[in-house]
Design a protein. Structure first.
Length: 269
């Protein structure tokens, strides 16, 4: 496989395989999996208006396996005829399969990142990703240099790059609250009100899964003219966000189920 075909999941899987005792590498793989758009092969085309999906199941001696791929090209390379499929986010798909006690078979036979993830692993992933985000209005007494590992900074930088056009600016710092409690805090500017919940969820998830622990990340949304930003610019780590890219033209795919929203998938049956 050449460099142009290598995906982010391939890289994360290779790093995990190269260092099986490295907890951070393993967490990084799950972070990549959760944030990826995955393609699930279906047993049948869903009827119009259907609220359930029937995944194509590969029966094995260790249980049922659902066939999932991280690119449409890899999916097409696995099947020899147009086959119905659904595009789902990794976090949603993992939760759905775990509920059904189904193993996730990723890129089987078509990529170096081929792996079987049993329901237990998917359930753990769902618990970590399902941690609730609380909204509080604590005001920090002091903003200082961040105390986070490099892997988390790199992971946040990569996730923020995917939010270009939604997030205007981002700075990571350390907040000290009344009573002495400390936490990493990410200041974001010019994020539309309606997108803030999804942005906070995505970045908090990345922070949890990019380190050896599931530490909390505080996130604050500020206006670009906010006087508070001066402290973040002075003490924090600033992220360079790329210019947003235009949306590529979507082409119809034979066998694709119409109306499938990756962020709100139908239930499996």
């Amino acid at each position: 496989m050449d460099a142009e075909q290598r995906t982010a999941l391939d890289a994360a899987h290779a790093a995990m395989e190269a260092a099986p005792e490295d907890v951070a590498a393993r967490m990084r793989f799950y972070e990549r999996l959760a944030g990826a758009e995955l393609f699930l092969l279906l047993d049948a085309e869903p009827a119009e208006g259907a609220t359930t999906l029937s995944p194509m199941i590969l029966p094995t001696g260790e249980g049922d396996v659902a066939l999932v791929f991280d690119t449409e090209e890899r999916m097409a390379g696995f099947v020899d005829a147009p086959t119905p499929f659904a595009a789902l986010s990794g976090r949603r798909l993992a939760a759905l399969l775990a509920q059904r006690d189904i193993t996730l078979g990723l890129n089987l036979g078509v990529a170096p990142s081929a792996i079987l993830l049993p329901p237990e692993a998917l359930g753990w992933m769902g618990e970590v990703l399902g941690a609730e985000i609380s909204e509080e209005s604590l005001v920090p007494e002091r903003i200082g240099r961040p105390k986070v590992i490099e892997a988390r900074v790199i992971a946040l930088d990569e996730r923020l790059a995917g939010l270009a056009g939604i997030v205007g600016g981002a700075w990571l710092a350390n907040a000290v609250y009344p009573g002495g409690a400390e936490a990493p805090v990410l200041a974001l500017t010019d994020v539309p009100e309606g997108a803030r919940g999804a942005v906070a969820e995505a970045l908090a998830e990345t922070h949890r899964l990019s380190g050896p622990d599931t530490a909390v990340l505080d996130i604050v949304f500020l206006d670009a003219q906010s006087p508070v930003l001066a402290a973040f610019r002075r003490h924090g780590i600033g992220f360079e966000l790329p210019e947003p890219q235009p949306e590529p033209e979507m082409k119809p795919i034979p066998g694709a189920a119409p109306g499938m929203d990756p962020s709100k998938p139908p239930r499996l049956r």
